[in-house]
Write a protein that binds this ligand. Structure first.
Ligand code: ADP
Ligand code: MG
Length: 280
């Protein structure tokens, strides 16, 4: 059986890629669920105004309910707006509502506009330092102020990459932006993980994309790939992750293995992050 050891520090991870439809939300939801199903404590934060991660977790995100929007505006803490997952005892979810879509403009005038989520995260880690093994943040498909807030609040970025012809297009821009954030706002930020999604083992193209990414980002890209699967795309409409919707299916197995591989790299990643901090 796979053993999921608790990381020695909370791993703070953004799931980011400015391209839409590459599997960010699917990955955030299913990695969070896989980790929780193996007994790790996870907080999943939805930072996309579309609220897809909230829907997929079966969490109410109607307009006006307490959400991450209230957290960014400083009215409520992450702890105050989180709700418990119905399916896993170790998984909490902070929903995003459509209210968040206006936030980008409203927050733009604040002096600390980049650091609003960071402040909330800092408070969470100070008030309850051992509450979570992982905080996983699902990002909107942009490189705007909301995503900047996430990149300033986390220490790691997980980039899902769809196995398709245009996979590498846009990745340069994303890594450039992450570099800017590192230099200007958050020196302790690391692209720790890449995950190939919607992999089709029958096509040569999928293998070529995987090989190319392996070549460029060795040690970052997980060896586990996520297959294209109808079950994976159906699960959200039942308010469930693939882990409970189809526990024995290929999608569930793949996300379980990806979570295991990611978790087994914890101490390596945390050491890299601490060295990076020491060099500042
Ligand atoms: P993003 O958050 O990057 O926009 P999503 O996670 O919402 O991407 O995925 C985009 C679409 O592709 C969704 O309809 C989702 O259900 C579907 N999808 C994601 N991963 C898979 C997969 N492995 N197999 C089949 N469909 C998938
Ligand atoms: Mg999404």
């Amino acid at each position: 059986a796979m053993e999921f050891l608790k990381p020695s520090q909370t791993r703070l991870m953004a799931v980011a890629n400015q391209k839409g439809g590459v599997g960010k939300t699917t990955t955030a939801v299913n990695i969070a669920s896989a980790l929780a199903s193996h007994g790790l404590s996870v907080l999943l934060i939805d930072m996309d105004p579309q609220g897809n991660a909230s829907t997929a977790m079966g969490v109410n995100h109607a307009e006006g309910i307490p959400s991450v929007y209230d957290v960014l505006e400083g009215r409520l803490s992450l702890t105050e707006v989180k709700s418990k997952s119905e399916h896993f005892s170790h998984l909490d979810v902070v929903p995003a509502s459509i209210d968040l879509s206006g936030a980008e403009m409203e927050l733009a005038t604040l002096a600390n506009r980049n650091a609003l989520l960071h402040a909330a995260m800092h408070r969470l880690l100070t008030d309850s330092p051992h509450a979570y093994d992982y905080v996983i943040v699902d990002c909107a498909p942009s490189l705007g102020l909301l995503v900047l807030n996430v990149l300033c609040a986390v220490r790691e970025v997980l980039i899902p990459i769809q196995a398709e012809y245009y996979a590498l297009e846009g990745l340069g821009q994303l890594l450039h932006t992450i570099g800017l954030v590192q230099r200007n706002f958050n020196p302790q930020l690391l692209v720790s993980t890449m995950l190939i999604t919607m992999y089709d083992k029958r096509t040569l193209l999928s293998k070529e994309v995987f090989d190319e990414i392996q070549r460029h980002y060795k040690g970052i890209v997980l060896n586990t790939t996520i297959p294209r699967s109808v079950k994976i795309s159906e699960a959200p409409s039942f308010g469930q992750s693939i882990i409970t919707y189809d526990p024995r299916g290929a999608g569930s197995v793949a996300y379980g293995e990806a979570a295991y591989e990611m978790n087994s790299r914890s101490e390596d990643v945390l050491r890299q992050l601490n060295e990076q901090a020491g060099n500042e």
